[in-house]
Design a protein around this ligand. Sequence first.
Ligand code: NAG
Ligand code: NAG
Ligand code: NAG
Ligand code: NAG
Ligand code: NAG
Ligand code: NAG
Ligand code: NAG
Ligand code: NAG
Ligand code: NAG
Ligand code: NAG
Ligand code: NAG
Ligand code: NAG
Length: 345
Amino acid sequence: MRASLILSAICAAGAASPIAAVGDDTTYVVEAGPASLTPWNVWPSWSNASNVSNYSNLSNATAQVAAPKLEVIVTGGQYTMSNWSSEVHVTRLFNQSTLNATQLARVAQSVEGALDGGEYTGVVVLGAGRALEALGFYLSVVVDTPENVVVTSALEDGVATAWSAWSWFRGALVVDGGVIYSGAAYSPSAPGWGALGSVIAGAPRYWFTPAWPTLLAPWGSLRVNFTNFTDIVPAPAANATNSSSSMTVPVVFDGYYDPSIVSSLSTAIAGLVVVSSGNSTASDLTSSNIPVVFTSDDGATILPEDVPAGAIAGGNLSPLKAQLLLSIALSKDVKETSSLQQLFA
Ligand SMILES: *[C@@H]1O[C@H](CO)[C@@H](O)[C@H](O)[C@H]1NC(C)=O
Ligand SMILES: *[C@@H]1O[C@H](CO)[C@@H](O)[C@H](O)[C@H]1NC(C)=O
Ligand SMILES: *[C@@H]1O[C@H](CO)[C@@H](O)[C@H](O)[C@H]1NC(C)=O
Ligand SMILES: *[C@@H]1O[C@H](CO)[C@@H](O)[C@H](O)[C@H]1NC(C)=O
Ligand SMILES: *[C@@H]1O[C@H](CO)[C@@H](O)[C@H](O)[C@H]1NC(C)=O
Ligand SMILES: *[C@@H]1O[C@H](CO)[C@@H](O)[C@H](O)[C@H]1NC(C)=O
Ligand SMILES: *[C@@H]1O[C@H](CO)[C@@H](O)[C@H](O)[C@H]1NC(C)=O
Ligand SMILES: *[C@@H]1O[C@H](CO)[C@@H](O)[C@H](O)[C@H]1NC(C)=O
Ligand SMILES: *[C@@H]1O[C@H](CO)[C@@H](O)[C@H](O)[C@H]1NC(C)=O
Ligand SMILES: *[C@@H]1O[C@H](CO)[C@@H](O)[C@H](O)[C@H]1NC(C)=O
Ligand SMILES: *[C@@H]1O[C@H](CO)[C@@H](O)[C@H](O)[C@H]1NC(C)=O
Ligand SMILES: *[C@@H]1O[C@H](CO)[C@@H](O)[C@H](O)[C@H]1NC(C)=O
C-alpha cells in the first residue's frame, strides 16, 4: 500500500551523475529540501520489517546516499558502450529477447550476488522490451532487498533511477518510456497505469514517498510465510534431469473445454493459469490434481468468489505474472490451494 503522503520537497540525492555526457557539474538534485529528509526517515515503517537486522547496514543514510555504486546486468536489448564513471560496472549475461525460467533465475542470482557483497548500492538489469514484465515481476518476488533493483530497456534512465537513494524501499522497479513502475505492477499493455514517477532530466522524480507494493510488503504474506521464495535455485540444478517439463505451467483462455482434457494433461503439467472473461464460477477448467489460477488480461481483479471451488483467484495479477508466481511457488513445493490463495490474495 502506498504512503498517502505526497512529498513535495524531495531532497538532493547527492553524488554527481555517472553519465559523463550529462556533465560533471550536474548532480541528481531533484529539489532542495531539509538535509534531514532522507528515504530512511520518511519511509514510515522500514524499521518495522520482519527482520530489522536485515536492514541494519542501511541505517547510515549519509554513507549510502553519498556513495552510490551500480552493477549493470545485460540480458538483452540495446547496449552500446558508454562513458560510465568507475562507479558503474557492467556484466553481460545474455542477449535474449525473452528469458526462460533458467535464465530468469540466473539473472536473479547475479542481482543477489551484486547486492550481497555490500559493494553495490543498486543493480540495473537491461532487458529487451518484451522481457521487462517478466524480469520486473520475477525479481520483485525472489529478490528481497530495500536497495535499488531497476529493470529497463533504456540504460541511461535505469542508471539514473538506480543511482538515486529515492528509489530505495520500493521493491524492484521497471523504467519504461521514462516512466517508473513497481515491478510487481508494471504492465506493458497499460502504459502509465500505476506509475510511481518518471525520469526527468537524468533523475527520477517520484510522486509517492518510498513504499512497498502490497505483494512485497515486509509484513505481507509473501515475505512472512514464504521466505524460501528468495532462495534462488542455482542455475546448474535447473538442468534436464530436474525436468523442466514437469514444472510447466501453461496459460489457457477460458471457454468450453471437455473437463477430461485438464485431467489428462495434469500428469504433464504442474499447474494451469486460466485467462477468464467475466464470471468464471461455472468454468470447466478445474482440477483436483493441479493448482488452477484464474486471472484476467484486461486489468480486472479476480476474487475468490469469482472462481470455481478449489481454484485460486489471481487477484490483480496479469496472466504472465500469475504464471511466474505459480511457477516459483511450485518450485518450492507450495501446492495447497489454501497456501496459494494466501499468496495470490
Ligand atoms: C508495523 O507492522 C504492524 C504489523 O506487523 C502494523 O500493524 C503496524 O502498523 C506497522 N507499523 C508501522 C509504523 O508501519
Ligand atoms: C534476522 O537476520 C539476521 C541476519 O541475517 C539473522 O542472524 C537472524 O537469525 C534473523 N532473525 C530471525 C528471527 O529470523
Ligand atoms: C552488512 O555488511 C557487512 C559488511 O559489508 C556484511 O558482511 C553483512 O553481511 C551485511 N549484513 C547484511 C544483513 O546485509
Ligand atoms: C532476512 O530475514 C529473514 C527472516 O528472518 C531471514 O530468513 C533472511 O536470512 C534474512 N536475510 C538476510 C540477508 O539477512
Ligand atoms: C556514516 O558514514 C559516514 C561516511 O562513511 C561516516 O563518516 C559516519 O561516521 C557513519 N556514521 C555512523 C553512525 O556509522
Ligand atoms: C543483441 O544483438 C543485437 C543483434 O545482433 C544487437 O543489435 C544488440 O545490440 C545486442 N544487444 C546486446 C545487449 O548486446
Ligand atoms: C567518451 O568520452 C570521451 C571524452 O569526453 C570522448 O572523446 C569519447 O568519444 C567518448 N566515448 C563514447 C563511446 O561516448
Ligand atoms: C533456456 O534457454 C536457453 C537458451 O536459449 C537454453 O539453452 C535452455 O535450455 C533453456 N532452458 C529451459 C529450461 O528451457
Ligand atoms: C501466515 O500464515 C498463517 C497460517 O496460515 C496465517 O495465519 C497468517 O495470517 C499468515 N501471515 C500473513 C502475514 O499473511
Ligand atoms: C542435474 O540436477 C540434479 C538434481 O538437482 C543434480 O543431481 C545433477 O548433478 C545435475 N546435473 C548436471 C549435469 O548439472
Ligand atoms: C457468478 O456466477 C455464479 C453462478 O452462476 C453466481 O452465483 C455469482 O453471483 C456470479 N458472480 C458475479 C460477480 O456475477
Ligand atoms: C517453502 O515454504 C513453504 C511455506 O512455509 C513450505 O510449505 C514449503 O514446503 C517450503 N519449500 C521447501 C522446498 O522447503
